[in-house]
Design a protein around this ligand. Structure first.
Ligand code: BTN
Length: 328
């Protein structure tokens, strides 16, 4: 994204009408540059109204992310986070992994208005819009080593579902290992990436993407059925939503550090949309297992009852679907 695009949009944030000339003068650029910025904003999913002879206005103005507002909304808990907001980055996970390698502390947070190379599980891209999604990563360091963190992404899913419910969303479910769903459609996703030794200290970068209010062109660009928070009855202010998510995530991280996945198992089961259901799992080698979802192990493994007995599956590259659903 051209840095001028967001600067131009900020001038329209109050919902008012501004002429191209006014905006060009305010930013010290040409009217053609403003015109290009408006075109880019539209291509990123924002609805720009052009009133002949008068100028530009945003149909709905997003509250832009602001590190100070996020920290203020965290209250006393804000002290355990170092929040940074980027206008556009390739991937907040990629950036925070690099920061972790350079020694960034637990509680480092990077949120982005726009990701140009957002990453999902299984090598997929994560598509998000400007001002219509929440995309962020949180760094957390663990003494127990990467081997003890296998259930972490499930515990994170529980934290996200609980924080979204607290923000007013209803009907949010989870699908093992880390899909956030509304009415069977994808509302968000979690990508946990680990750095460090299997047994020594490890760093986890927890990346979370949530569809807040997806414009139609963006929905069409995503390959799978998607949902957003607005459909779940929640139209949040994104800075406050991020603060609520961080506060709940910190509680979950602390409990996970002390007790592992065990304390989150029953909450995960209650949120798991396929619990007790006939399901199929696509394995990395292309095999498909059919069975019934029995629950999860204490390490976050999926327990699938098949004709051959109960199989334990680990997050990794496995993909779970309801029986009969088309596998990707
Ligand atoms: C998935 O469902 O496959 C996981 C999606 C995770 C997306 C988030 S958005 C913030 C963070 N940065 C990334 O590049 N990915 C994660």
């Amino acid at each position: 994204m051209n840095p001028l695009t967001l600067a131009t949009l900020r001038l329209l944030s109050d919902g008012g009408l501004r002429s191209g000339e006014q905006m060009a003068a305010a930013l010290g650029v040409t009217r053609a540059t403003v015109w290009n910025a408006m075109r880019e904003a539209e291509s990123l999913g924002l609805e720009v109204q052009r009133l002949r002879g008068q100028g530009y206005r945003l149909a709905a103005s997003p509250a832009w992310l602001d590190a100070n507002r996020i920290t203020a909304a965290l209250g006393a808990g804000g002290a355990r986070f170092q929040v940074q907001v980027a206008e556009a980055v390739d991937s907040t996970n990629t950036r925070l992994l690099a920061a972790a390698a350079a020694g960034a502390p637990t509680g480092s947070v990077l949120a982005a208005e726009l990701q140009t190379g957002g990453r999902g599980r299984r090598g997929r891209a994560w598509t998000s819009g400007l001002g219509s999604s929440l995309t962020f990563s949180l760094l957390w360091r663990f003494e127990q080593g990467a081997a003890g963190l296998s259930g972490l992404s499930l515990a994170v899913g529980v934290a996200v579902a609980q924080a979204l419910a607290a923000a007013g969303a209803s009907g949010i479910g989870l699908k093992w290992p880390n899909d956030i769903l509304f009415q069977g459609r994808k509302l968000g996703g979690i990508l946990v990436e680990l750095q460090g030794d299997a047994l020594g200290p490890a760093a986890a970068v927890v990346g979370i993407g949530i569809n807040v209010r997806l414009p139609a062109p963006l929905r069409a660009a995503v390959e799978q059925p998607v949902a957003d928070l607005a459909e779940a009855g929640c139209i949040p202010e994104r800075n406050g939503l991020l603060a609520g998510l961080l506060a709940r995530l910190a509680e979950v991280m602390e409990r996970f550090t002390a007790e592992g996945f065990g304390p989150f198992e029953s909450a995960f089961r209650a949120l798991h949309v396929l619990h007790g259901q006939a399901a199929q799992v696509l394995l990395p080698d292309g095999r498909v297992l059919q069975g019934v979802v029995e629950g999860t192990g204490g390490d976050g493994a999926l327990l699938l009852r098949t004709a051959q007995g109960v199989v334990r599956l680990h997050g990794g590259e496995a993909s779970l679907r309801a029986a009969g659903a088309v596998l990707p």
